[in-house]
Design a protein around this ligand. Structure first.
Ligand SMILES: [Zn+2]
Length: 108
């Protein structure tokens, strides 16, 4: 029986560069946002409410609000949901109102 030695198949693991964050380019950095799904920079707003031009987030709109919740009923962070600060606050208020009206769960 000729067994092949598979122990030497390990990848060399080049971990010399441990850059912390993104390298910031001067100038148009404000327009660009990091997209964790595609692993590259992306231009324009990522906020779904700003893109749709929403002024007021309705607490009765459960379909939209439930996209901002985990399956346990927790609110996704801004980093996760991609909302801007203002829309995250509006969404937070809407979700909490919806919870009070028993449209959304506090916990599931
Ligand atoms: Zn927004």
């Amino acid at each position: 029986m000729a067994r092949t030695v598979s122990g030497s198949r390990r990848s060399p693991q080049v971990t010399g560069t441990s850059r912390g964050g993104l390298r910031r380019k001067t100038g148009s950095f404000e327009q660009m946002q990091w997209d964790p799904k595609r692993n590259k920079m992306r231009s324009g707003t990522q906020c779904r409410f700003c893109r749709a031009g929403v002024k007021y987030i309705d607490y009765k709109d459960i379909e939209t609000l439930s996209k901002l919740l985990t399956h346990r009923g927790k609110i996704y962070s801004r980093k996760r949901s991609g909302n801007c600060a203002g829309c995250q606050r509006k969404a937070k208020r809407a979700i909490k109102r919806a919870r009070y009206m028993a449209l959304l769960p506090y916990t599931a």
